[in-house]
Design a protein around this ligand. Structure first.
Ligand code: PA5
Length: 423
């Protein structure tokens, strides 16, 4: 499904800027202990994120909800952070020729920039639009603010009875503002698993509801993830452990920025999903590394100069597609400065550029790992997501931080509530 080549990150390939093999080996031994700890949690039922890929019993409720959604023309998902990014990353795959095409138009609303919200609201035909309100806690200010605005709009334009049909909620089975709102309006509510944290919820109904609505094969997404869970717990030195151990060895050499650079637009939102996962899970007690989102080939004209010749504080992960879609073919070109493009496809150009980036980063002694994908389908993205979730959990164990909380951000949320209450 994917390969991970970590060789170009080591001293023996790029000299003293690379990771030290002995230090990597120690970190890999520590990662084996981390995996044993995770396995105990998995067996105790304390980590359902690792057992959900094998489950099928919860898929019927997602499929049922999507049947209702499919009767509409537009589907709008409202949520923040982990309640939004997983769905966005998965639905970005719909350009994949292997996925069924969907006639449904899907939008995500997260930010509370009033202009963005207004623009979307004005463009929606409410009669043919259905909304999913997603919040694990059921109390997130941004999500609830949008929910209240939209419910008010639907009520005033379509009548109070319409609210029930135009909204679905996903939230924990406990009392919360969203639960109460859903109850008042008699909305269908799908339970958010209380033991799966927001940024780890992509394989639950949170990510799979939008994915299914977009026409993706959600069973294949779970299958891909399940393969990586099995690989991790059944193979010595599995890929997520290598990834975490390598980064620990490099962080100790001052590589505190983790750049993820896919050469594929369909993985751009995946990168946003990964950035939250890594940052919010590991940035604690002065520890962690800073994830940086990058996109090939665009960022060759924006960030690559910095990666090649700026401060030597970065570790770069490229995601390369082995069989880049070929796309349009260029005509015969007589202009000598462009003749190298003659008869080539856009895919040929992408392929040449990604290979050139590997070569130049290596020549400039930038520690690098390369993910290779034969194809980008549902199984592959499920596998990649589970790779990064496991890598993050293993890294959390190696750094000695709690991967699953985010105590520092609570202060700002409390302050914002206080400012509004004062008015
Ligand atoms: O990963 C997390 O826990 C957070 O990013 C949450 O997903 C985000 O804050 C939204 O929370 P909620 O789903 O409770 O609205």
């Amino acid at each position: 499904m994917y390969t991970q080549d970590i060789r170009p990150a080591f001293e023996e390939v790029i000299g003293k800027d690379g990771a030290d093999k002995a230090r990597f080996k120690d970190a890999l031994d520590a990662a084996a202990k981390a995996i044993a700890t995770l396995e105990t949690h998995k067996k105790n039922g304390a980590l359902p994120v690792l057992t959900i890929p094998e489950r099928e019993d919860d898929l019927a409720s997602i499929e049922e909800a999507v049947k209702r959604i499919a009767a509409f023309k537009t589907f709008v998902v409202i949520g923040m952070g982990g309640s939004s990014y997983g769905g966005k990353a998965l639905t970005s795959l719909v350009h994949n020729p292997l996925a069924q095409s969907s006639a449904l138009e899907i939008h995500f609303i997260d930010n509370i920039d009033p202009l963005t919200s207004d623009r979307l609201l004005l463009s929606l035909d409410l009669k043919t639009t259905i909304f999913a309100l997603i919040s694990k806690s059921g109390d997130t200010a941004e999500t609830l603010a949008h929910a209240l605005i939209l419910i008010q709009e639907v009520k005033s334009r379509l009548g109070a009875d319409a609210v029930r049909n135009h909204f679905i909620a996903i939230t924990e089975p406990k009392d919360s503002a969203l639960r109460r709102l859903a109850k008042t309006h008699n909305m269908t509510v799908l339970d958010h698993d209380p033991s799966i944290g927001g940024r780890f919820s992509v394989l639950s109904n949170v990510g799979l509801l939008p994915a299914k609505a977009a026409g993706l094969d959600i069973r294949a997404i779970r299958r891909g993830a399940a393969n990586v869970v099995r690989h991790t717990f059944e193979t010595p030195d599995p890929e997520p452990a290598k990834g975490a151990a390598l980064q620990l060895a490099l962080m100790e050499r001052g590589r505190s920025l983790a750049v993820l650079m896919p050469y594929c637009d369909r993985l751009d939102m995946f990168n946003t999903w990964y950035r939250q996962l890594w940052a919010e899970s590991l940035g604690k007690g002065g520890k962690g590394s800073t994830p940086m989102r990058s996109l090939g080939a665009c960022d060759q004209h924006s960030q690559l100069q910095l990666y090649l010749d700026g401060p030597r504080d970065k570790f770069i992960s490229l995601i390369l597609l082995e069989n880049t879609c070929k796309g349009a073919t260029l005509p015969e070109i007589t202009d000598p400065t462009l003749s190298y493009l003659s008869g080539r496809t856009l895919g040929d150009l992408m392929d040449a550029e990604q290979r050139a980036t590997v070569e130049t980063l290596t020549r400039n002694r930038c520690p690098l790992r390369i993910f290779g994908l034969k194809v980008l389908d549902e199984e592959t993205i499920g596998a990649l997501m589970m790779h990064f979730m496991l890598e993050t959990m293993i890294m959390g164990e190696l750094l000695g931080v709690n991967t699953f909380d985010q105590p520092a951000v609570e202060e700002g949320k409390k302050l914002a509530r206080e400012y509004l209450a004062r008015k």
